[in-house]
Design a protein around this ligand. Sequence first.
Ligand SMILES: [Zn+2]
Ligand SMILES: [Zn+2]
Length: 146
Amino acid sequence: MINQIAIFREYLKSRDLRFTPERRLILEAILSLPGHFNIEGLYYKLHRKMGRLSLATIYRSIPHLINSGLIKEVMRYADRPQYEKSLGCPHHGHLVCINCGKILEFKDDEIEKLQDRVCREYDFKPTEHRLGIRGYCKNCRHKKGK
Ligand SMILES: [Zn+2]
Ligand SMILES: [Zn+2]
């Protein structure tokens, strides 16, 4: 956690931005969250702790957190981007349930190799890739008969 805070502070400094108490609180809240999160969820969590922190402040800090490499967008659910902490988090893909919003993570070496092969075939140097699959989780399918 100290590490992430140092990274964020350095990032902000390099862009002549201040490491404000609000930015610190937002980062600490994210670091304390397990798994995936969205801005509204983060807002509710922070709002209880610190009423004056606005949704706009959180929105504005998200690009900085992404650019500093601390978080990344996973996938959208109900028109809202879902994020996760990216530092020290091994690469994985996501299965997102469009009914209940559950996000499952998966890791598949075959898919990774396949993507590398595609890049080689097209003489393309990859810097990032994301794999997300939308659908219905087991629970929701059982409930709805899908
Ligand atoms: Zn579901
Ligand atoms: Zn994930």
